[in-house]
Design a protein around this ligand. Structure first.
Ligand SMILES: NC(=O)c1ccc[n+]([C@@H]2O[C@H](COP(=O)([O-])OP(=O)(O)OC[C@H]3O[C@@H](n4cnc5c(N)ncnc54)[C@H](O)[C@@H]3O)[C@@H](O)[C@H]2O)c1
Length: 259
């Protein structure tokens, strides 16, 4: 392999990437994508078994991996994890705020606790982790942050009003952070998935008939897979995207443009 080919194949060699909610779905595919392309990984989740399985795959690729059982909605846990990961691997270059949850009660019946749970996991987590990594990124004048939002940040769904609210807030937090950090070589962007086969959509897409019904509404005529989303995250963290800032890249098989 020539030097140029090696640089292209290992776009993230020497970088430390942190992925929240990495134990399954989009977070897992993203973490593995970074590892394949040369990065060391800091991975956290509340699912420790999933983290251990992923960590084994990352280290088998020859990368270093630091894992932690972390509730992303808790500030102290987020800050402690960032500190421990930096001590183990070096400062964090890339942060993917991926951990997220769905909404389980309709708006009119929603309890305060459920509102707080959705908003804390989907929005406060971004606030927590981004503040924890930014001082070092600002000192070193390098950073890439990608927040996983959703097409539901710009369209409303039945029974999804608070999920919509959380993803809309995450989209605006991305834009606000991008403006605040102008002057630094720190890019902040979002990826907004459409419908993707993961733990989050397992019930919704449970049987073949439900999946087929969704596929009818997707111009690409298929449900996405986690790697479809990971590819966009990796692009936004690569040098090729150095002029992409404050943007949301929707990866949805054309769902938004068909509405
Ligand atoms: N799957 C889709 O169709 C879809 C569509 C749009 C957006 N998204 C977003 O993609 C992101 C990833 O979700 P996914 O689809 O891969 O689902 P997933 O359920 O497979 O993965 C989410 C991960 O987040 C973790 N998590 C949940 N709460 C946490 C907490 N408090 N602290 C730490 N970890 C926590 C879960 O344990 C899980 O491993 C989410 O932000 C989700 O909103 C998914």
């Amino acid at each position: 392999m020539t030097e140029a080919e090696e640089k292209r194949a290992y776009r993230f060699k020497g970088r430390v990437a942190m992925v929240t909610g990495a134990a399954s779905g989009i977070g897992r595919a993203t973490a593995l994508g970074f590892a394949v392309e040369g990065a060391d990984l800091a991975i956290c989740d509340i699912n420790e078994g999933g983290l251990r399985a992923l960590s084994a795959e990352i280290t088998a690729l020859g990368r270093r991996c630091h894992l932690g059982r972390v509730d992303v909605s808790k500030k102290a846990e987020a800050f402690a994890f960032v500190e421990a990961a930096a001590a183990a691997l070096g400062p964090i270059d890339i942060l993917v705020n991926n951990a997220g949850t769905g909404q389980f009660q309709p708006f009119a019946m929603m309890e305060d606790d459920e509102y707080d749970r959705v908003m804390d996991i989907n929005v406060r987590s971004i606030f927590n982790f981004s503040r924890a990594v930014l001082p070092s990124m600002m000192d070193r004048d390098y950073g890439r942050i990608v927040n996983i939002t959703s097409i539901m940040s710009v369209i409303a769904g039945q029974g999804q009003s608070v999920y919509n609210t959380s993803k809309g807030a995450a989209k605006m937090m991305t834009q606000g952070m991008a403006v605040d950090l102008s002057g630094y070589n720190i890019n902040v962007n979002a990826v907004g998935p459409g419908m993707v086969h993961t733990g989050l959509t397992r019930n919704l897409l449970g049987d073949a008939a439900s999946a087929a019904e969704f596929e009818e509404k997707i111009p690409k005529r298929r449900i996405g897979v986690p790697d479809d989303i990971a590819a966009g995250v990796l692009f936004l963290c690569s040098d090729a995207a150095s002029y992409v800032h404050g943007e949301t890249l929707f990866i949805d098989g054309g769902m938004l443009c068909a509405r």
